[in-house]
Ligand binder design. Structure first.
Ligand SMILES: *Cc1c(COP(=O)(O)O)cnc(C)c1O
Length: 357
């Protein structure tokens, strides 16, 4: 039986996406060839990546606004490096908001390349909240944010306003809610949380922010080179890109970001209401900063954990364990997560309360 999969990443994809991807691996569009044994320069695959790039701009409402879309390799972690390489000048400084492990990794990687300033941090309370009223100096090369903190279950619901280029790691919440994406100069996201199979990362970059640093950038790290070659500077991760294309088309057919946001809000509301109601559980993130994507919570009585884990298993629920640095539980309820699975989890929590409350 198919499990209710709350994994934080790689994570759930729409069943149609999995089905079509599986078929393409066997026989891609009736070619008599597998998707993963044809040239990435074949017209069939070039058409996939081009359609995927066009869908990204359409869904984010960034068409004709001077943005380029790339599907690159190295995961979101590689973009920590590429962002700094392309945007942080030798004698400049970049600002980072430290809202979690990934945000912290982003600034650490950038500090190998240039000077960084931590403009705000929520490390003092184990990243359980989003810093407010952030003051952003105007002389920075850019400000880097992490819109959703996958591990801690916090999310920016309001973004600081800046005069400088705004860069955002949206790995775990891209395409999940309506935002004015044109406020961002560069957005990146590893595919494996909310877009597709692991192996590629999406980069959406405003062309005008590039070309300002003086350093010589190796091609593989150079966004301008990847744009010039239309994401084909070297072999893209074909399978992963194909799953992204399928997911983007699935999302468009569903009604795009406004439609998925309504579903995401309903799922999150249902689960947070239960966490707040149930006498055995409590949430770990500051209420006003709670994430719509990763819901973190703990058992008030840690001695009950083993019993709850057993019930989860019995109820066919998988991937609910919290990140090792936080403990407890984390329900990742990304775009592809059906409301029914969230209802099933809520009912399981209610059953547990009847047993041990
Ligand atoms: C998972 C994650 C990353 C790391 O992604 P990789 O593709 O494994 O490098 C970075 N940022 C955020 C917000 C994440 O959730």
């Amino acid at each position: 039986m198919k499990k209710h999969n709350f994994s934080a990443g790689p994570s759930i994809l729409a069943p149609e996406v999995i089905q079509k991807a599986a078929e393409a691996v066997v026989d891609f569009e009736g070619m008599g060839l597998s998707l993963i044994e044809i040239s990435h320069r074949s017209p069939e695959f070039v058409s996939v990546i081009n359609k995927a790039r066009a869908l990204v701009l359409e869904l984010l409402d960034l068409e004709d606004k001077g943005y380029s879309v790339l599907f690159l390799q190295g995961g979101a972690s590689m973009e920590f490096v590429r962002v700094a390489y392309n945007l942080l000048s030798d004698n400049g400084k970049a600002g980072y908001v430290n809202t979690g492990t990934w945000a912290n990794n982003a600034q650490n990687e950038a500090s190998f390349i240039g000077e960084i300033i931590e403009v705000a941090s929520s490390k003092d309370k184990n990243y359980s909240y989003i810093p407010k009223e952030i003051i952003v100096p105007n002389d920075l090369d850019y400000l880097h944010l992490t819109s959703n903190n996958t591990i801690y279950g916090t999310q920016f619901h309001q973004f600081p306003s800046t005069q400088i280029p705004l860069i955002c790691d949206m790995s775990s919440d891209i395409f999940s809610r309506v935002l004015d994406f044109s406020k961002f100069d560069l957005i990146y996201a590893g595919a494996q949380k909310n877009i597709g199979a692991a192996g590629t990362s999406l980069v959406v970059v405003k062309d005008a922010v590039l070309g300002k640093v003086q350093r010589n950038i190796p091609n593989i790290l150079n966004y301008a080179k990847h744009i010039e070659r239309e994401s084909m500077y070297h072999t893209p991760s074909v399978f992963s890109v194909y799953t992204c294309y399928l997911t983007l088309q699935w999302l468009k057919d569903l009604g795009g970001i406004p439609a998925i946001e309504r579903k995401n809000r309903a799922k999150a509301h249902l689960l947070y209401s239960e966490i707040d109601r149930n006498s055995l559980f409590e949430g770990t993130a500051a209420v006003e900063d709670r994430s719509l994507m990763n819901v973190t919570f703990v058992l008030k009585d840690l001695k009950l954990e083993e019993k709850f884990d057993l019930l989860l298993k019995e109820k066919n629920i998988s991937g609910l364990k919290g990140h090792r640095t936080v403990g407890g539980y984390r329900a990742s309820i990304y775009n592809a997560m059906p409301l029914e699975s969230v209802m099933h989890l809520v009912e399981t929590m209610q059953t547990f309360e009847r047993m041990f409350g």
